[in-house]
Design a protein around this ligand. Structure first.
Ligand SMILES: N[C@@H](CCC[C@H](N)C(=O)O)C(=O)O
Length: 264
């Protein structure tokens, strides 16, 4: 069983090509694959399926839970399809649980995702390190609470999950902490639902820019977002948003069949 390891701004993934939709990707298998001691190690798994003439990105968080969308994963997924010869360089559509997304791969290895609309659904408070930090709830296909703060994001302890309002976010939420660091330039840290702190979150960067704009009374604009694993560029438009950033394939290999079969 083939695997590929890749990352987008160090948000890392195990890519599992399963074109004919044969794999039984159980929670235990996802957890083992993502475990950095007993598996390959990753923030999530991207299962590559070809269904009804379309590519489908089956995304799983490291804890085995299913999420609707993954922005960094989508770039890695697109890079894999081009690298494997399944798609020519350029634009094509990938189906996700949050709908069809157009991706455009570039010769320098970067990828631009059309992420769809970033919808602001209200305001709420994240409890981080004993502090209440206000932010906007943003739906980028998956749920975010994106909090612009003047407290330096480096100072927060994200080894502990942030608290949030379970009524507003009944299915959990990804929490972003954001500083403005220059003209149209942000820095972000993120605590991801189903994973913990990661070095980047693509949907989180889109939510962050939408929240930062909303704080200025704006609904459109662009910004770079520095994350622990690099930098991405986000544009928010009236009816959609785009995310551009690197997508790197690191390794490919074979999973051991007896290891896989022993996991239920
Ligand atoms: N890292 C991803 C987001 C993955 C899903 C998220 N943890 C969730 O549960 O919604 C990204 O790059 O967007």
């Amino acid at each position: 069983m083939e695997f590929v390891k890749g990352h987008g701004t160090e948000n890392d993934f195990v890519v599992l090509p399963d074109l004919d939709d044969q794999l039984d990707l159980t929670v235990a298998r996802v957890q083992a694959l993502c475990d950095r001691q007993r598996g390959l190690g990753a923030d999530g798994v991207l299962r590559v399926v070809r269904a009804d003439g379309k590519w489908f990105m089956d995304y799983r968080n490291a804890d085995g839970s299913i999420a609707e969308m993954c922005g960094n994963g989508l770039r890695v997924f697109a890079r894999y399809l081009v690298d494997a010869g399944h798609q020519p360089q350029g634009s094509f559509v990938v189906a996700t649980r949050a709908g069809d997304k157009t991706v455009t791969t570039h010769p320098d290895g970067s990828v631009t995702n059309d992420m769809g609309p970033a919808r602001l659904t209200g305001t709420s408070i994240a409890a981080v390190d004993g502090q209440g930090i206000g932010g906007f709830a943003v739906d980028v296909g998956n749920p975010h609470l994106a909090c612009v703060t003047e407290v330096p994001v480096e100072s927060f302890d994200l080894t502990v999950p942030p608290g949030f309002d379970p009524v507003m976010f009944p299915h959990g939420v990804n929490v972003e902490l954001i500083n403005t660091i220059g003209d149209n330039a942000l820095r972000m840290r993120v605590y991801e639902r189903g994973v913990g702190e990661t070095r980047s979150c693509g949907t989180g960067t889109v939510a962050s820019v939408a929240s930062w704009l909303a704080g200025q009374g704006k609904t459109t604009g662009s910004a770079t977002v520095d994350v622990l694993g690099g930098q991405v560029f986000v544009t928010i438009e009236p009816t959609t948003s785009t995310l551009t950033g690197p997508a790197v394939l690191v390794a490919r290999g074979e999973l051991d069949k007896s290891w896989w079969d022993a996991l239920q």
